[in-house]
Design a protein around this ligand. Sequence first.
Ligand code: ATP
Ligand code: LTN
Length: 333
Amino acid sequence: MENTEKKIIFSGIQPTGTFTLGNYIGAISNWAKLQEEYNCIYSIVDMHAITVKQEPAKLRQHTIEAYALIMACGVDPNKSIAFIQSHNTNHAEANWILSCSTQFGELSRMTQFKAKSEKHPDDINAGLFTYPVLMAGDILLYNADLVPIGADQKQHLELARNVAQRFNQKYSETFKIPEPYIPDVGARVMSLADPTKKMSKSDENQNGCIYILDDKDTIVRKFKKAVTDSEAKVRYAQGKDGINNLMTIYSVVTGKSFDEIEREFDGKGYGDFKVAVGEAVADHLEPVRTKFAEYMSDKAYIKECYTKGAEAARRISSKVLRKAYKKVGFVID
Ligand code: ATP
Ligand code: LTN
């Protein structure tokens, strides 16, 4: 993987539960595609996950599953570096250094912090507040050029860029300034139960959320229940949030354009359309389910992969961290 000509990609996902169709379309499905053209580094960010309460045994299980899931979605640990964030303590160290170049005011403006504080009013911990700094460290430690993410993470990426620029100004050129890589279609998959809200792993309404390991019947049933409007015409238009969301999903999994979809369902009702979307999604995800089961039946192989991934991640990030230590004036030798 160490071809220095290629640009570097970094991305992460939290092991907070089974991935949703939103995670898949907005982020993970791109991870595999990018492997051919870039040097990719992917992480299961368990340190981020503990900013909200997690049951320890479940977090451990979800972390292994998340690793198997990214492999099932096509991430190949022999082509890319795939590791578990807490296996590389450089992330915790970078977090501290970068915290000292991050302003309280800019963290206060993060919409995810506001949303998660409202959701967990009894646990507004400091980690939840400084979460974007840890994320900035993840990216900057590898000199990433591009960061594949869904639209909801754009603000955090912007903050990472600002922090890197500030550090570079204060101490001289150290970190590369990363760019977001956000898909044109599917950057924000909405809940099927409330299409004004993002589909999210931690949503209480299970019907609004397609999990990538749901079986075909479950997927079709959830799509049949999807909230739509009363026009009964399959077309992409303002104010038709539910249909726009279904059209987006259908377009991504079939490769059809919105025009083609409108023609295909001309004169047909929403019922037919919903079933077609459900079936297309289920068929698209079938190989992911099969591969996930295969990987999960060989835990020794998963361990071998994440151990190798952590070693490679430590090797690359240690150089960048050491450079930052030197710049701030720490005695390093
Ligand atoms: P949680 O509910 O625990 O906050 P989440 O479902 O929002 O989790 P993350 O682990 O925070 O998922 O995100 C992983 C990646 O998936 C990120 O790049 C994020 O932008 C992307 N993503 C998450 N939800 C969606 C969505 N509904 N549509 C498109 N992309 C999404
Ligand atoms: N904050 C992201 C997950 C994440 C990430 C990263 C994404 C943590 N570190 C680095 C891209 C790059 C999220 O919750 N969606």
